[in-house]
Design a protein around this ligand. Sequence first.
Ligand code: CTP
Length: 401
Amino acid sequence: MLENRRILLIVSGGIAAVKVPDLIRRLRERGASVRCILTKSGAEFVTPLTLASLSGEKVYQDLFSLTDEAEMGHIRLSREADIILVAPATANIMAKMAAGLADDLATTALLATDKPVMIAPAMNVMMWTHPATQANLQTLQSREVKVVGPSAGDLACGEVGNGRMAEVPEIIAALTRFFQKSEGQGPLTGLKAIVTSGPTHEPIDPVRYIANRSSGKQGHAVATALAHMGAQVTLVSGPTHEADPDGVKVVHVETARQMMKACSDALPADIVVAAAAVADWAPAVKDQKLKKGDAAAALNLSENPDILAALAQAGPTRPKLVVGFAAETTNLIESAKAKLTKKNCDWIVANDVSKGTGVFGGDTNTVHLVTAKGVEDWPTLSKRAVAERLAERIATALNPS
Ligand code: CTP
């Protein structure tokens, strides 16, 4: 997908610029050509000679350089590319882009371009979360600027939090996806996914049922994100107020047993994401409405099938990637790790659903991705952003590039 793509790489001044040589190497391995603009502060972290040697092209630095402008003016530089990638993108360059400033070669090229732009932000966590940066981010996104990362972790400044530049494979994946999308394809084109979502309702009698507070927002968002990436998605949903996502086959069910059957019917699949809050037990259903004095007879519970564990069972029909959720109120990570092993799934998205977190029914989620390799803490994100990030991770896992 990156073969013969022309990437104008703008390197601004952050410690993450040290990852740029590797980025250039990986892009060129995939057949892309890379031409670099290095800002003055970028040159404090990586030398023009390094970038020139790795890209095999002249590195452009100065807006007022007679030779540069005569050879390749900033307008031509910005137009002779398929995409402009700003990596790392500092808070400063993001602010300049949002404001439309053009006080050096990089910002002038960004203002003069008619090509798509992607940024890979990298900065201190306080700078990233500052309302000014967040407002600039929103402005840029509203202008269709693509954003990859940042991720959470140890920052060069010694603090811990969100602000690390996306890793090279993540940037490569985002570029690949961009070009795939522009050709009407997605990284998951040709793959089938089953997603469960929402609560289940387990009837007690003709008028009563056991339910839980799951809204289905997270599961529906995952189905949407996978479909956007080209997957053929079957969403098996319990009763929710969420609209059926476009481009997704939706099977509406009520009980856990119906959900189990609908999932089995949707096999074979390549991907399973079990986001439903399946009721663990079902009462023995009474045909007639129970009367007030019948309390003792009301809940004769039996255990429901574990849909995730059933789908993840080893065997020829096992999907390539099975992802569960773990909704916990105590010992979040330990319980999630235990579920990963017990249910034989590949990843668990662990989220704290204690009262006060507002996860059930809310629009945001703070999750931890638990895999055999370890635990990744994700920042608090909208459920849509969690779904998109998860779908990206799934795409990367299934199409290692
Ligand atoms: N799950 C499922 N079928 C069930 C119960 C759970 O598919 N009968 C799936 C959920 O969709 C989720 C994962 O298993 O992906 C974990 O769900 P959770 O409610 O956290 O765990 P339980 O297995 O129900 O364990 P417990 O309630 O004891 O923590």
